[in-house]
Design a protein around this ligand. Sequence first.
Ligand SMILES: C[S@@+](CC[C@H](N)C(=O)[O-])C[C@H]1O[C@@H](n2cnc3c(N)ncnc32)[C@H](O)[C@@H]1O
Length: 308
Amino acid sequence: MSASTQNNDSDQTITGLTTLSKNAQKRILKQQKWEATRALRKEARKEKEKEKKLRKREQQKNADNKDSVKPREPPLKKQKIQTPSSMKVVIDLDFDDYMNDKEIVDLSAQLTRCYSYNNNKAVNPVGLFYTSFSGRLQERFDTRLKEYHNWKNVIIDNKSYLELFPNKQELVYLTADEEEVVLQELDESKIYIIGGIVDKNRHKRLCYHKAKLEGIATAKLPISQYIKLNSRHVLTINHVFEILVDWLETKNWRETLLKVIPPRKFNPDGKKQRRGAAKKNPQLNNDEKNMAKIELNEKSELLGANQR
Ligand SMILES: C[S@@+](CC[C@H](N)C(=O)[O-])C[C@H]1O[C@@H](n2cnc3c(N)ncnc32)[C@H](O)[C@@H]1O
């Protein structure tokens, strides 16, 4: 259809309406206009819908981003109910001259761990004493770990344990070098002494001899009775401390030892596995290796359960 014909048609339509009333004509024209713009309106409606959808998607995206950058709420700390034990543990710091500077730094870290374990994790915290506190160790605390002045529930004293606790009958010096006396259970009326020294066992039997000279009872932890380790049974100060405190809660040496002693000590194939250079441990036969593997698995399960 050409443009001129269209115009004619439209004229005719309008002409054809001339016999109608003005209002009726207006109504019909309005109707025609409405019909003519139907397609346009449909198009506009679609466009609007599209924009609305886009806007919604954009809003959702922003909300998601906000969620992902939102700092996570820290997990609620489990409130531990602590029931203090009447047992006392002394860490004897009378060995300043036996350590190099790095060992003094390690010692201060281990003492911090003991303090923190007793105050924050122990179900039955013990009376904790750091005795013969002096020399380079004290200097380090006074310069680098000044917050120790605010520590609570620990006695840090320059005096020796014998000055603080002169009744030797109450004292038991713990040492891996004791051959015969093995702890069966802890007596909460006793004072257990841990040697406050980090020496990679350079000074063998140092604490054992000190206790013997002073006429103090000695005892070792019952490690070989309950688990098989692949190295000597000399543990760090904080591990010995944690074992004592944890036992008060579990009354179960095996469970406590598995919980506290680090997995590398259970490694059935070698002393230490560093950079893939695992040495075979000739001291363990196959049965012992299997046992060590079982213990290592048990330890992993315990760790998992504790983290859950
Ligand atoms: C790193 S050790 C010190 C080794 C040091 N050469 C000595 O003469 O004891 C630190 C302290 O932890 C305690 N300890 C370590 N392993 C132990 C075990 N198997 N049984 C009892 N006490 C232990 C001892 O009190 C020891 O003095």
